[in-house]
Design a protein around this ligand. Structure first.
Ligand SMILES: *[C@@H]1O[C@H](CO)[C@@H](O)[C@H](O)[C@H]1NC(C)=O
Ligand SMILES: *[C@@H]1O[C@H](CO)[C@@H](O)[C@H](O)[C@H]1NC(C)=O
Ligand SMILES: *[C@@H]1O[C@H](CO)[C@@H](O)[C@H](O)[C@H]1NC(C)=O
Ligand SMILES: *[C@@H]1O[C@H](CO)[C@@H](O)[C@H](O)[C@H]1NC(C)=O
Ligand SMILES: *[C@@H]1O[C@H](CO)[C@@H](O)[C@H](O)[C@H]1NC(C)=O
Length: 403
């Protein structure tokens, strides 16, 4: 039977192989924390220390959230007499080296932020024409991860990949000098095509405008992500942006869907909330070990991709109602991860035929595990069904082929 999902899968095996910049860091997506979504510029070293202590205490570190990342506003507006970036002495009185030592002492890695342009997005000193100096400084200060954003870079002549290549080159040279390579998180939002050239330059690349704690923004990002999963695999990942779990606005069902979709699209998972205020329900969502296991699968690099759009015809572009049925292998070709999101305004039942998914064999029987109920729910052949999926909620399953 002709099915667009299968055709796409077959062609993609031949045409979609990516040429990843494998710098030896993060075969699977980066996980951790970033200050921006919740705190914007209201950051300081006390916040970072307390966040790290809480992330460890709450179980995030053990669950794999290893990066503690400082976003914009950590620095001053001008460089010093030697051309070096200056850490804001009020926000970080004991300095960033002391802070990265503290983070490493707890078992975390440390991340920092800069922009390609003359100024950062918030108006602090940018890295344009200082890339190598700044990369050296970040290594001297003990960082492991650099997020490089796109602000105020209009003055630089060249294509987007040429501009971001400057940091790839700077990080590569600093590795030759010091032996230390930083994770490179690339944030491009002018041409919205970073997935085509980002894999050759960086460890992850943003695919969309900034996320907001808003269901409509989450569905819009997921709609775009649904068409470009084939560009993401081991060592290089589509970045759907930092998590909004815990930031209000989203219902628990929406938080479950947001987290599951980001994890199974193999996006980096960066907590973006005040962890000291986190509810137990929001915490449990971000710590679900069975969802994290798919994000961090060392056996299969490819993200889940849609095999059936559901309400819309297959292949439909709809930022308010993306593809609903997603599949991908997990660990090996005997295990299949399935995700279904209910974008409808009412509760629905789920029922789909195995023949739709390129990752299931219609002739086989599968034992199915529900990754949110944490239960084995029985064996299925030919088609699968489950009842009563609430509005905006998600289901995720592992199908294990029975021999
Ligand atoms: C540090 O930042 C946090 C979060 O914005 C704020 O609540 C706290 O008052 C700040 N502390 C200091 C010492 O500035
Ligand atoms: C470095 O940080 C520690 C806490 O981790 C603090 O006790 C110490 O005073 C700091 N050192 C300096 C030189 O500020
Ligand atoms: C970009 O190119 C234009 C025209 O060649 C030139 O006037 C300008 O100085 C260049 N800008 C930079 C930042 O190199
Ligand atoms: C979403 O993807 C489409 C098609 O690639 C692109 O034209 C659009 O700019 C993207 N939007 C964003 C915000 O990334
Ligand atoms: C699911 O769909 C199949 C095929 O259309 C049908 O035979 C079956 O009765 C349905 N099951 C449920 C529980 O709706």
């Amino acid at each position: 039977m002709y099915h667009p999902g299968k055709l796409f899968f077959a062609l993609c095996g031949l045409l979609c192989s990516t040429n990843a910049w494998n710098n030896g860091l993060q075969k699977t997506p980066a996980m951790g924390f970033n200050t921006w979504n919740r705190f914007h510029c209201d950051i300081n070293e006390t916040l970072i220390r307390e966040t790290a202590l809480q992330m460890k205490e709450l179980g995030f570190l053990d669950a794999g959230y290893t990066f503690i990342n400082i976003d914009d506003c950590w620095l001053t507006k001008t460089r010093d007499a030697n051309g070096l970036l200056v850490t804001d002495p009020v926000k970080f009185p004991t300095g960033l080296k002391n802070l990265t030592d503290f983070l490493h002492g707890l078992g975390f890695q440390a991340g920092i932020y800069e922009d390609l342009g003359s100024e950062t997005c918030a108006g602090f000193a940018g890295s344009l024409n200082h890339e190598l100096t700044d990369a050296r400084l970040f290594v001297d200060l003990g960082f492991d991860y650099a997020k490089i954003d796109n602000c105020n870079s209009a003055g630089f002549n060249g294509t987007n990949p040429e501009r971001f290549q400057r940091w790839t080159d700077a990080l590569t040279q600093v590795q030759q000098e010091t032996g230390k390579m930083l994770f490179y998180s690339l944030v491009e939002w002018q041409s919205f095509d970073a997935w085509t050239w980002g894999p050759a330059l960086a460890n992850s690349w943003r695919i969309y405008d900034d996320i907001q704690s808003d269901w409509g923004r989450i569905t819009a990002i997921l709609n775009n992500a649904s068409f470009i999963g084939s560009f993401s695999s081991f060592w290089g990942h589509n970045d759907l942006d930092m998590l909004e779990n815990g930031n209000g606005a989203l219902t628990l069902a929406e938080q479950r869907s947001h987290f599951t979709a980001w994890a199974l699209a193999k996006s980096p998972l960066l907590v973006g909330t005040d962890v000291s205020q986190l509810s137990q329900d929001s915490l449990d969502i971000m710590l679900n070990p069975e969802i994290i296991a798919i994000n961090q699968d060392v056996g299969i690099g490819e993200p889940l991709t849609p095999f059936f759009w559901g309400k819309n015809p297959d292949g439909t572009w709809d930022p308010t109602f993306p593809a609903q049925y997603w599949s991908g292998f997990f660990e090996d070709q005997q295990h299949t991860a399935i995700m279904y999101i209910n974008f409808n305004d009412q509760t629905v039942d789920l029922n789909f035929s195995f023949s739709h998914s390129p990752h299931l064999q219609a002739s086989k029987s599968y034992a199915v595990r529900d990754l949110w109920k944490h239960e084995d729910i029985g064996a299925f052949s030919d088609f699968f069904f489950d009842a009563s999926i609430p509005t905006h909620d998600v289901r995720a399953y592992i199908f294990t082929e029975q021999v």
